[in-house]
Design a protein around this ligand. Structure first.
Ligand SMILES: [Zn+2]
Length: 312
């Protein structure tokens, strides 16, 4: 078999985003990018699918009766998964269509303004993904100019973009970029106007939670950087604050679900180093009702580790 080639970071982030970090077969958290044809150097997009530990195991025992997942089956699951996630995302962007009888020039001006802002944001997104890490925080700064005029659609677009960005945390996202993402979420969530239905705020809140989860997961598991991870975990709090304020029970429950998911994914017998990561998540979770976005006080030796990771 050919020598394994590393999947490039853009392809990896694209897969994570399209799969929403879920295993395409069972919809649990995905951990492995699987080579469908069994050739580890075939990194074509179509040959890759995200799988969890168990499904990866079921797909990998070659020439053996134990192999329960064929290449074709995985492809079917994967294509279906991408289509479903894409449909969910585009339905999130849709607002109910209203028939407009009278349009005045203020309405027209606002519509033109929104279109102009969306175009700007598309340009910013494009340059963000082309830039090197040390340029990305400056590019993100451009986004904060637009939030005064933000609508639900604009907020949703920005937050989707930040979700894509969060999928590259594992490739060495510096704290300056992570903290900018954190502050942009505070700008754009909840969307301005506050007239959006609970369902819409829930949809967007879920994406916010995904961003926090991606950052925390990558920072704990791939980068061993607790300072960066704490930035991710504290994004949960932004969603929680809004959920509490508007008594959005569905979103409150979702926040707790994501904390639990993070704890359980860090709970790995082979990774003794993650025991203190679980401790950190638990402390942040216990602090959630405080109403402030400040970090909770950490006990030693967690605090020392936290502070030394700040220098990474
Ligand atoms: Zn699975």
């Amino acid at each position: 078999m050919a020598k394994r080639k590393k999947i490039n970071s853009t392809t990896e982030a694209e897969i994570m985003f399209k799969a929403d970090r879920k295993c395409c077969v069972c919809n649990e958290l995905g951990h492995h990018i699987h080579h469908i044809d069994g050739n580890n150097s075939n990194n074509e997009f179509d040959n890759l699918a995200l799988l969890c530990f168990i499904c990866h195991d079921n797909a990998s025992s070659f020439g053996n009766l134990g192999k329960k997942l064929s290449a074709n089956t995985i492809k079917k699951y994967r294509n279906h998964q991408y289509a479903v996630i894409e449909a969910q995302r585009s339905s999130m962007l849709q607002t109910p269509t209203r028939t407009i009888n009278k349009v005045n020039d203020t309405d027209l001006f606002n519509a033109a303004l929104s279109a102009g802002i969306l175009l700007e944001i598309v340009k910013i997104e494009d340059s963000y993904f082309k830039a090197s890490w040390n340029k990305k925080d400056e590019i993100l700064d451009e986004l904060s100019k637009h939030y005064d005029f933000s609508t639900y659609r604009i907020s949703a677009y920005v937050i989707e973009f930040l979700l894509k960005a969060s999928n590259s945390t594992r490739h060495g996202m510096p704290y300056s970029v992570a903290s900018k993402i954190h502050s942009l979420i505070i700008c754009y969530f909840p969307p301005i106007n506050g007239k959006d239905s609970k369902q819409k705020v829930y949809d967007l809140g879920k994406v916010v939670l995904n961003i926090g989860f991606n950052m925390a997961y990558d920072a704990f598991i791939k980068l061993d950087n607790y300072y960066l991870a704490a930035n991710g975990v504290s994004i949960f709090k932004i969603a929680y604050k809004e959920a509490k304020r508007t008594k959005n029970v569905k979103l409150i429950n979702e926040v707790y679900k994501r904390y639990e998911e993070l704890e359980s994914t860090l709970n790995r017998p082979e990774r003794k180093d993650l025991i203190s990561a679980i401790e950190l998540v638990k402390i942040f979770k216990a602090d959630i009702d405080k109403g402030t976005l400040a970090y909770p006080i950490l006990p030693e030796p967690l605090y020392t580790k936290f502070i030394s990771d700040r220098e990474k």
